[in-house]
Design a protein around this ligand. Structure first.
Ligand code: ZN
Ligand code: ZN
Length: 237
């Protein structure tokens, strides 16, 4: 950032002192969203695919079955939403959890309105995961959603391994882990429960799938997922 853009930002900050609620860009006081978000907010609208959560117009999942029973999400992981979620994840902008949880809660009320959830849980960090932040963005989202949906949050899951490479995977298997990267916490029962699982972003769906599968193995009745945003594979033309 050069001196002129710094100066420009400073003047804007003095005059405007408000930020776009999703992407944190400075805006004028009487607005809610920046021009980009206003014009191109990647909202998932219309009828959604129950398998991948994308709008039917953009779904390209070929009805590939996941181990969870459904997913809903307010946004595609694009434009200002991508920027906002990166800020939440990497830049200590934890207040954004509040903003995204509002939209996520709305989706749950609309798309899962006939489902009686026993509790909300979230994709955990592993105890070895070292981050500069002292929070897990998915936990923050879960807690904010809990207030809006009046469903309790439970710290139900544990991440056993940080699997980043094939080598990590080999170590994991050598240690006799057959179920995978995640497990239900010792002493916690999911038997017969209907669970709402929260994460910030769904990319391939593998993480949510792993968490849902282990909860099903441990006896959960149903696992539904909600994320702030999701990515979709572009349709081949
Ligand atoms: Zn914006
Ligand atoms: Zn789909």
């Amino acid at each position: 950032m050069n001196i002129f853009s710094k100066l420009k930002d400073f003047i804007l900050w003095l005059v405007l002192t408000k930020k776009c609620k999703y992407c944190n860009t400075l805006i004028t006081k009487n607005e809610d969203l920046c021009a980009d978000c206003k014009e191109d907010l990647p909202q998932i609208s219309g009828e959604k695919c129950t398998f991948c959560g994308a709008g039917k117009d953009r779904c390209n999942c070929k009805k590939h079955r996941m181990d969870f029973d459904g997913i809903t999400s307010p946004f595609y992981y694009e434009n200002g939403i991508k920027q906002g979620l990166q800020l939440l994840k990497f830049n200590n902008k934890s207040h954004l959890a509040n903003i995204f949880a509002e939209d996520m809660a709305k989706c749950v009320k609309e798309d899962f309105n006939d489902i009686d959830f026993d509790f909300i849980c979230y994709v955990p960090f592993s105890p070895f995961q070292t981050t500069e932040r002292n929070y897990n963005q998915s936990e923050l989202l879960a807690e904010e959603m809990s207030k809006r949906l009046e469903i309790p949050v439970k710290n139900a899951l544990v991440k056993l391994f940080d699997v980043k490479t094939q080598h990590d995977m080999a170590i994991m298997q050598r240690k006799g882990n057959v179920h995978g990267i995640y497990d239900v916490k010792d002493g916690f029962s999911v038997k017969g429960k209907t669970v709402l699982l929260v994460d910030d972003i769904m990319t391939t769906g593998e993480t949510l799938n792993n968490c849902a599968l282990i909860m099903k193995i441990r006896g959960a009745e149903k696992v539904y997922c909600v994320t702030a945003a999701l990515t979709v594979k572009e349709k081949k033309k």
